[in-house]
Design a protein around this ligand. Structure first.
Ligand SMILES: C[S@@+](CC[C@H](N)C(=O)[O-])C[C@H]1O[C@@H](n2cnc3c(N)ncnc32)[C@H](O)[C@@H]1O
Length: 207
């Protein structure tokens, strides 16, 4: 099945957050990577597929300015309900991240992808994703990826995945990105099933 807005809206409409197959109570592994970023002063953070993640809340608490994108308006509506007080402080986007982002999207200091990129399975959509990342992330900024590893399940949310090793991420980002940190992490989904992820963080050193 192809990843599309209706597919994701249906999932978010019928599933409570804590039952989503990727739900985290705390976004601890992502926050551990971000703790390695030296200059943290109200950074602008772009989430390409924010979902309803608790990471959003953690970042707002830390004073980040957010650009929240998701292909699913149902997911974004749920986040809007949770943050009625902060609605105006967030730049909302409801786009397929493999397609060009609007030109008025502000440059980001940090790009954080947990379990989004791996849903893009064909060459054009993957290339479109990385073009967006390079258009949006400023030089000196950081990109964080948490994707199903090559040892991970072949499917999630009913969709076939393109699983990642660090080598492929580094290759797609190119020489203008330095690998800062990487680790394996086995996430347990709400049914208790292990889901091996790779976590990586890169720093953009050049345009
Ligand atoms: C597995 S969930 C992860 C959500 C969130 N990052 C988290 O860690 O809780 C994947 C998310 O990516 C969104 N998504 C899937 N394909 C997308 C695409 N092509 N463009 C933007 N968002 C997409 C889905 O709607 C969903 O919110």
């Amino acid at each position: 099945m192809k990843s599309n807005a209706k597919h994701w809206d249906r999932i978010f409409d019928k599933t409570k957050d804590a039952r989503l197959g990727w739900y985290e109570e705390k976004a601890a592994p992502t926050l551990a990577l971000m703790a390695k970023i030296p200059e943290w002063k109200s950074p602008r953070v772009f989430l390409p597929g924010a979902g309803t993640s608790v990471l959003i809340d953690a970042l707002l608490t830390k004073g980040a300015r957010l650009i929240l994108n998701d292909i699913s308006s149902a997911a974004l509506d749920r986040v809007k309900e949770r943050h009625t007080d902060k609605r105006d402080a967030i730049h909302w986007l409801c786009k397929d991240i493999s397609q060009p982002v609007p030109v008025d999207v502000p440059a980001a200091d940090i790009w954080i992808d947990r379990a989004v990129l791996h849903f893009l399975t064909d060459k054009d959509t993957i290339e479109g994703y990385f073009k967006n990342l390079k258009d949006v992330l400023r030089v000196g900024g950081h990109a964080v990826f948490a994707e199903f590893s090559e040892h991970g399940a072949p499917k999630c949310a009913g969709l076939t995945l393109h699983r990642y090793a660090v080598g492929e991420l580094s290759e797609r980002l190119g020489e203008s990105f330095d690998l800062v940190s990487q680790f394996d992490h086995t996430y347990l989904n709400p049914n208790g099933d292990p889901r091996p992820y790779i976590y990586t963080m890169y720093r953009r050193i050049d345009g």
